[in-house]
Write a protein that binds this ligand. Structure first.
Ligand code: 16G
Length: 238
């Protein structure tokens, strides 16, 4: 009963109304971070609506990143909700919001001078040192993306600073990007990349290039990710 009631004069579809009520409750702190939300069937009875309607509302909130599903345990208010609409999320957080466990298979960590392409993307002059990270990103142990990240040399102390999450390491160094320019494009996967993603050569993948920058406009990362076309949905709240 703390979630609120439908308004009689509201003409939105019921699932969007319920989504709004739960969103308001979360943002007002009524449903604290980490707390469980009532079972689908209880909400359906409570609001006198179908379980399908409840499920659609919950799915919408999971996509917004406000709720997370934990397999076998239920649905919970996400750990970080304050900046959900503006938050620049990492792969690790993106997967957690979808109720999946992120992990990585490391391919390489190197340092060296920027390539001309990276220099353009990062706005650096030739010869500037950068750190590079290549990882296969997994969701529940399934390859989901192949990721090539380049970080400006002063963004991190060393390549060893990155454990599971690049953004966590950048955050600790006070250099986590807060804004990004992203470019998305569908491409057929090349043979050597296909193998790492466990798909066939030529299968469609979503290539996402992110240029992440700090509040003051300095670009800290340029990452090129190849997401498997058969298992990744790009979702944006606009
Ligand atoms: C996401 C970002 C990528 C970032 C990475 C950090 C997209 C398209 N790209 O994959 O730019 O480097 O997250 O993830 O979302 P991590 O902190 O889990 O290593």
């Amino acid at each position: 009963e703390r979630i609120g009631r439908f308004r009689a004069d509201d003409t939105l579809p019921l699932y969007l109304q319920l989504q709004g009520l739960i969103r308001d409750a979360i943002q007002a702190g009524i449903a604290p971070r980490g707390s469980g939300i009532p079972a689908e069937r209880d909400l359906a009875v409570e609001y006198n609506i179908s379980r399908i309607t409840v499920r659609k509302a919950i799915e919408g909130l999971v996509e917004e990143g406000l709720l997370v599903r934990r397999r076998g345990a239920g649905t919970f208010v996400a750990g970080r909700v304050d900046k959900v609409f503006s938050k620049l999320s990492s792969f690790t957080e993106d997967m957690a919001a979808r109720g999946r466990v992120a992990s990585s298979r490391w391919v390489s960590r190197t340092t060296g001078p920027v390539t001309p392409e990276e220099a353009m993307a990062l706005g650096l002059s030739p010869g500037t040192p950068v750190l590079r990270f290549t990882r296969i990103r997994l969701a529940d142990d399934e390859p989901m993306a192949l990721e090539f990240s380049t970080v400006v040399g002063d963004g991190l102390g060393s390549t060893d600073d990155v454990g599971e999450s690049l953004y966590e390491a950048l955050d600790r160094a006070g250099n986590r990007p807060v804004r990004a320019l992203q470019r998305l494009r569908a491409v057929p996967i090349r043979a050597q990349h296909a193998r790492m993603l466990e798909i066939d050569t030529g299968d469609p993948v979503l290539l996402i290039e992110r240029r992440g920058s700090m509040r003051d406009g300095r670009v800290v990362e340029f990452t090129r990710s190849y997401y498997r076309g058969d298992s990744y949905d790009f979702v944006a709240e606009l």
